[in-house]
Design a protein around this ligand. Structure first.
Ligand SMILES: Nc1ncnc2c1ncn2[C@@H]1O[C@H](COP(=O)(O)OP(=O)(O)OP(=O)(O)O)[C@@H](O)[C@H]1O
Ligand SMILES: [Mg+2]
Length: 388
């Protein structure tokens, strides 16, 4: 109950814009009030029960003392027991009453702790990520090969999210992946970063000839820089947010990375520049600025593999082109993977893979794909300036 109440409060505070935009303030207030009232009611009831319990307890133990006092005194006067025994019994019984009552408290505390322990155990019992025995750390500078990859998030799913996907991202080159929403592009990248592992017999992913599951997760994740589709920023300054990518980076490195991500123009308009505080979850930045901050992070990391998962979707086509141009000028041999819905983002890639409903339906260079007159050409025609 307490958990539900704080969840509602937290959702409403973080989603305050959505609540306002949809004019749902009253509904949300009522929802909170209703839960709050239920919660207050439960506390009331609990306090009522507790007061009854403790009062009865007190009365009973008082009564017990009274009986001992009277009966004991009677026995003592009649000579059945000695005065010494009587006093000893009286003090022992007073001494034992406290701990016995304490036991009641401990038992009720234990039942509450039991509930918390269940939640903690759920986390403690989750399977830790395991490495197979002879896994090694290698430099990821070879070709990335997806070889007949088939993948489902859950055994119960009927249709696999990826169905027999095979293609190669050449080392040091730019590979573009185009596909409609839900076609499995991000899933491919999650598999590449080993956020999920391919089960046995579902194909394999190789980097430089090494099977991905024989390369340690640490080495994979340290060397693949991925700009996530929904970047997450911390409530710190802009430069701190970029510098998070590499602890030892200087101010100059941060600025250089921001320049490549075409973020410097925007920053120069901020009064505090790179010291601008990025609000909770980055609300003070526009969508495109957030994406560019995330790109700057990845550029700063300067990893041998860089992935931009739909990371240019919120910037205009001109900025998109400038960022790609700046990245091309970087002195790096990084293998790059660009994922997008927008053909202009991908058309200059060395190789383009077209994904549809978890299958590779075409691949080649922009020119090859245009000639083939398939889905790529159809999307190209829809997105070309004449069509708009
Ligand atoms: N964590 C998950 N658990 C279960 N199913 C998932 C999960 N993530 C994605 N899916 C499903 O897998 C399919 C492919 O999702 P994915 O995110 O890879 O698509 P995408 O091509 O990146 O789409 P978009 O262009 O919208 O980002 C979708 O049908 C989605 O519902
Ligand atoms: Mg995606």
């Amino acid at each position: 109950m307490e958990g539900q109440l704080s969840a509602i409060a937290q959702e409403n505070l973080t989603g305050v814009r959505v609540v306002r935009a949809f004019g749902r303030e009253n509904y949300e207030r009522q929802r909170f009030e209703q839960k709050n009232n239920e919660y207050t009611g439960l506390w009331d009831y609990l306090m009522h029960l507790l007061s009854l319990f403790w009062a009865t307890g007190d009365a009973l133990s008082g009564l017990q003392n009274l009986i001992i006092l009277i009966v004991g005194a009677h026995l003592c006067l009649n000579g059945h027991i000695s005065v010494g025994n009587y006093i000893a019994f009286l003090s022992y019984s007073a001494m034992i009453a406290g701990p016995v009552r304490q036991l009641g408290r401990v038992i009720s505390g234990m039942s509450r702790a039991g509930v918390s322990i269940e939640r903690i155990q759920y986390i403690l019992n989750s399977e830790p990520e395991r490495e197979i025995e002879d896994s090694t750390a290698i430099t990821l500078d070879g070709d990335i090969v997806f070889d007949h990859v088939t993948f489902k998030y859950s055994e119960d799913d009927e249709q696999p999210v990826l169905n027999n996907v095979s293609f190669t991202c050449k080392a040091g080159k730019v590979t573009g992946i185009l596909g409609s929403t839900g076609s499995g592009k991000s899933t491919l990248m999650y598999l590449l970063c080993r956020l999920y592992d391919l089960p046995q017999g579902s194909g394999e992913i190789r980097i430089g000839g090494h099977r991905l599951n024989t390369i340690t997760r640490e080495s994979v994740r340290n060397q693949i820089g991925i700009v996530l589709q929904e970047p997450y920023l911390f409530s710190r300054t802009l430069s701190d947010n970029i510098a998070i990518a590499r602890m030892s980076s200087s101010d100059n490195d941060v600025r250089r990375a921001a320049q490549v991500a075409v973020l410097d123009d925007a920053v120069s308009h901020f009064v505090k520049g790179y010291d601008t505080f990025v609000g909770e979850r980055g609300v003070t930045l526009s969508g495109g600025q957030k994406q560019r901050t995330a790109i700057a992070q990845t550029i700063l990391r300067n990893t041998p593999v860089m992935i931009l998962d739909d990371s240019l979707s919120a910037v205009d086509t001109e900025t998109d082109a400038r960022i790609r141009h700046e990245m091309d000028r970087l002195e790096t041999n990084a293998t790059r993977i660009l994922i997008s819905h927008r053909i202009t983002t991908l058309m200059h890639a060395d190789h383009i893979v077209v994904l549809d409903q978890g299958k590779v339906i075409d691949e080649g260079t922009h020119e090859d794909l245009i000639k083939k007159n398939g889905l790529y050409k159809k999307i190209y025609d829809l997105q070309s300036p004449e069509a708009i």
